[in-house]
Design a protein around this ligand. Structure first.
Ligand SMILES: Cc1cc2nc3c(=O)[nH]c(=O)nc-3n(C[C@H](O)[C@H](O)[C@H](O)COP(=O)(O)OP(=O)(O)OC[C@H]3O[C@@H](n4cnc5c(N)ncnc54)[C@H](O)[C@@H]3O)c2cc1C
Length: 339
């Protein structure tokens, strides 16, 4: 006799890389609803005009993300590192020879291309639904019934996988019955990777730094950008940079810095984009703003309510936790458990 099993309902909290990849791996085994608080998917993966305001690079030993990029037929660009770097100090900006970094690669069109590919696949599958602007606030487990509440709706389900940064779990989600203090401490101990940063991308009419024999790498004591890298693709000239922790996130001061380092006319600067991840409610927790609370150690195991509520997300991965690779590894681990 051929017995058909009814598919269980799985709710995934968060449509970042780990949430989407968990859905991708489990899409034929569960009815999946992804609840995402933002009005967009991707979480920390954010590209504007093909420029990355979230992750920019993958490395050769990050094999799962490289394989996904290859499977999705996306093009990799090797990070440009040739030529002199610039040291931007109170005195005049000086050239120096930077130590050769390990090779790294960007995705042509921006890292968000990976998210778009995953979204397109999931959209084709009627087992998967993505709900935007639904912030999860509460999980309840009473009389063997699991339910989850958002700002909009209430759902009953068989299983839940959280993929949000662990500190947001303790800050924003209430559990009924309450979770043990030891679990709260475990989650609070793990800083949100890059939750304390702000990043900018600047596009230019032409790539004048390569013409001048420079790599585009800048290390600055003055700022507002502290560390800058080339982010060009062929004729699309661009730089990306990380702000000093105390710098104001202002386009005008970025422009001033660029013009101080490479004297050039305003007309060569096309666009400036920036994001302060510290102010992103769905990425950075209050604890992430306190630099003294940063313990950069990653990986944890936690399962609640008769193993019906599990936790993934890059911070949960012992290997490459924090990176895109860690996000995929966490999704693989939780999917293996749920299969
Ligand atoms: C500036 C920056 C630079 C980086 N550079 C690199 C790099 O070069 N290479 C690299 O490998 N990695 C890099 N990273 C890290 C990489 O972006 C992350 O590892 C990865 O994107 C994490 O994916 P995730 O799905 O685990 O978490 P997230 O992307 O944070 O996804 C979590 C999702 O949960 C949602 N959410 C939060 N709270 C709730 C709630 N209550 N209810 C519903 N949804 C909620 C969020 O909106 C988000 O969409 C960088 C990150 C940043 C910010």
């Amino acid at each position: 006799m051929n017995i058909k099993h009814k598919k269980e309902n799985l709710i995934i909290v968060g449509a970042g890389l780990s949430g989407l990849y968990t859905a991708f791996l489990l899409q034929d085994k569960y009815n999946i609803t992804i609840l995402e608080a933002r009005e967009r998917i991707g979480g920390r993966v954010l590209s504007i005009d093909g420029l990355d305001l979230g992750p920019s690079w993958v490395w050769p030993d990050h094999t799962n993300i490289l394989k996904l990029i290859k499977d999705f037929k996306l093009e990799l660009i090797e990070q440009y590192n040739n030529g002199y770097a610039i040291y931007d100090d109170k005195t005049e900006a000086q050239k120096f020879t930077a130590q050769k970094a390990a090779p790294s690669f960007r995705v042509k069109g921006g890292m968000h291309k990976i998210i778009e590919k995953l979204e397109n696949i999931l959209k084709e599958n009627s087992n998967v639904k993505i709900h935007l602007e639904e912030e999860v606030e509460e999980v309840e487990y009473t009389n063997s019934t699991l339910s989850i509440k958002t700002n909009e709706n209430s759902y009953q389900c068989d299983k839940i996988v959280f993929t949000i940064p662990p500190r947001l779990v303790t800050q924003d989600i209430s559990f009924n019955p309450p979770i043990a203090l030891s679990s709260i401490n475990k989650l609070n101990d793990i800083a949100t990777w890059m939750g304390h940063t702000a990043k900018a991308a600047i596009s230019f009419e032409k790539n004048f730094w390569i013409e001048k024999g420079l790599s585009g790498f800048i290390f600055s004591n003055i700022g507002p950008l502290m560390e800058v890298h080339d982010s060009s693709y062929k004729d699309n000239a661009a730089l990306i940079g990380f702000f000093h922790s105390k710098a104001k996130i202002e386009k005008e001061s970025i422009k001033k810095q660029i013009k101080r380092i490479f004297p050039l006319d305003d007309k060569y600067i096309k666009n400036i984009y920036s994001i302060d991840w510290r102010e992103e409610k769905y990425t950075s927790s209050l604890k992430d703003k306190d630099v003294n609370m940063q313990y950069f150690s990653y990986g944890y195991d936690l399962s609640l309510f008769d193993e019906k509520v599990d936790f993934a997300g890059t911070e949960s991965s012992y290997e490459n936790g924090g990176y895109l690779e860690g996000a995929l590894l966490s999704a693989i681990k939780i999917s293996n458990k749920l299969l």
